[in-house]
Ligand binder design. Sequence first.
Ligand code: SIN
Length: 507
Amino acid sequence: MSDNETDVLVVGSGIAGLASALAAAREGADVTVATKATRPEGASSWWAQGGIAIARDDPEQFKADILAASSDTADPEAVDVLVENANAAVEDVLLETLDVEFDTTGMGEDEFDFGREAAHSADRILHVDASTGKHVHVPFLNYLDDHDDVTIRDDTAALELIRHEGRVHGAILESDSDFEPTYAGAVVLATGGIGDLYPRTTNPAGSTGDGIAMAALAGADVTDMEYVQFHPTVCVANDSPFLVSEAVRGEGAVLRNGDGERFMPDYHEDAELAPRDVVARAVKTERDATGEVTLDVSPLDFAGEFPDLVEKCEDHGVDYEDGIPVAPAEHFLCGGVDVDEHGRASLGRLYAVGECARTGVHGANRLASTSLLEGLVWGLRAGADAAGKEIDVIEAPDLLERDPELPERFAEEKFHRLRRVMDEYVGLERDPDELGRAMSVLRRLKGEVDAYTRTRTSRSLYELRSASVTALLIARQAAENEESVGCHHLVETSADGGQAPEPRADD
Ligand code: SIN
């Protein structure tokens, strides 16, 4: 096999991508993982705090909780796949292969300290303190680094899929400003989320929806893009926001408004443990009305239970004893590349797993601590299915002879404009009239970026292109969906004669 051929090309190195690589390698495939990340922190999985939910001995109740959190919009068959494979996948990969040391109760070997988060009706979340992601992600990377059949190419971006007659044959990869086709029997997209489309996010930098954009541009189906989940409790004490896990509310922390009043019982019978979309909107409403919302951690032993978060507060100069100032931030995209129960997209030999995929498990709203699990379960299924396919070397799109320079100011200005439109019009609350206007702005912006991609090639330009394609997909699918449900919450700000503000001319 030549250097630019591989049986399975995985794009992205979060838990979903790594699980695909593992499963494909177990089937005897030669696997290449191409990842933009240069450090483990470059993958969203590294940042996951709460943990990984499993079915334990009550899969029916787990399934019921997932469906209820999604307001019954999740696909029950996809939820069955998740729930029925949860225990075995965690046992096989995380416990037996990687030896992840989840927190225990200290009452005996394997007596796991199962946690609970919003909208879960049972304690079923395996965790390591409040930094589960890195305790899973780092051993996974190390394990695959040592694997003879897996090559991990850091600091390597996929710019475009190589497609011919409804089938994907590989991708153009960029590394160190060199552009080369890599041919593969199958391509697994595992590129994570879209946090870079919003001004405040829990995702790492570079979350520009690359896999979704590449798949959409190649003609694959992309659905449920309007369901963008905002996490309700992101610490906003200064310019570097950080996530405060829902597990903290699971242990008893309460939310207070600027007048010091606890408000969640007025919004939902489950108060702070209501579904995430309900809590996020309540936090926004109370911040708008009273100026501030804080997470009061005095009802629990915060220092004892969450030493990682205490350290984070200290690093950010936050005195948690006064309450942690919080606001909602973009956290997770429930939609993405439409895939089946094996992660197969609508184009031949193309797979998508993890946050960039739409499996149907989350519907309009994801239940907490199911994203690592979904990535693991679908990653294993997709990787196993993707192995063993013939590699065809066909003519690739030629990106080689173009000027690699992109004026930095051009990208900065476009990203700034895109984030402002997404934040104001395609955020936690959407006005149908404003969605139409946001689409025109985003269409124009995409046109300007497209004009550049006809004459230039660079990673930052392609990230901008991914962001503009993905933003437009979100706005368009939001405008097409007239039902307010889960993360897609419609409001009529222009009702009773008032005019919705026009995006400004410079938008
Ligand atoms: C959290 O720890 O609150 C985030 C967990 C998740 O998004 O599932």
